[in-house]
Design a protein around this ligand. Structure first.
Ligand SMILES: CC(C)(COP(=O)(O)OP(=O)(O)OC[C@H]1O[C@@H](n2cnc3c(N)ncnc32)[C@H](O)[C@@H]1OP(=O)(O)O)[C@@H](O)C(=O)NCCC(=O)NCCS
Length: 210
């Protein structure tokens, strides 16, 4: 048995063997009413490069280069597959036709009891409730499958739609601060929000908040 496990381990890519803690086995495919959240893959590269090449997105998230090229998209897919970008990075796709809409992710904090939620959508898909629906699915999965106490989210103080998504998920304001932004080449003021497990449990028993 042990030799089988060893053999299976040796067949993995060098990156996977070096980072066994970062494999995706605990990031299951998630289904919601209209969406499928799954690992990004090579078929997403064209749509990803097209949708992500948008300053209105890059200036709102911390680590998206701008302009965003097909090479950036290919790097993103490759690095997310080996856990270099975050432990659980998802492509947000339409359930009915598989269209790629954007991405979301859960990133562990060093202490271990908190995850950070992040998301972006291509501009043609804004204001249709997709980010809230994706965030609900990620949050439910995280609290149901992990021993975490909180999920955190941050948005630029000017980011009204993202603040609204955060509010619709039940997060509470904690404070403000500064976070780096690659596209702007500097720091941006952000608001920090937190959803604790008990609040999530209360909301789940209360009903659909979307
Ligand atoms: C933030 C983002 C993910 C939101 O995605 P989305 O699918 O449009 O979000 P939803 O439709 O679920 O919710 C958006 C909410 O903001 C509201 N909203 C949008 N623009 C608004 C405005 N100018 N003023 C007031 N409310 C606004 C919408 O009405 C909606 O709220 P409602 O359901 O109460 O009406 C999307 O705008 C995006 O990708 N932006 C660029 C990247 C980004 O900001 N990522 C988040 C980083 S923290």
């Amino acid at each position: 048995m042990q030799s089988e496990l060893l053999r299976a381990d040796q067949q993995r890519s060098p990156e996977s063997r070096l980072r066994p803690d970062r494999l995706r086995s605990d990031c299951p495919v998630l289904l919601s009413q209209r969406l499928v959240l799954r690992a990004p893959h090579e078929d997403d590269i064209d749509a990803l490069a097209h949708l992500a090449n948008n300053a209105a997105i890059a200036t709102m998230v911390s680590r998206m280069p701008h302009p965003y090229t097909a090479k950036d998209a290919a790097d993103f897919v490759r690095r997310s597959a080996i856990g270099e970008i975050g432990k659980c990075v998802y492509a947000i796709t339409k359930g009915d036709n598989g269209a790629f809409l954007g991405c979301c992710a859960l990133e562990p904090h060093p202490g271990g009891d908190t995850l950070e939620l992040g998301y972006w959508l291509g501009q043609p898909f804004w204001n249709q409730g997709y980010a809230t629906e994706a965030a609900h699915a990620l949050i439910d999965m995280a609290f149901r499958t992990r021993q975490i106490a909180h999920i955190d989210a941050r948005c630029r103080v000017t980011n009204i739609p993202s603040r609204r998504v955060i509010q619709k998920c039940g997060f509470q304001f904690q404070g403000s601060g500064m976070v780096g932004n690659i596209a702007m080449g500097g720091m941006m003021p952000v608001e920090w929000y937190r959803l604790d497990r008990k609040t999530w449990m209360s909301l789940k028993s209360w009903g659909d908040m979307r």
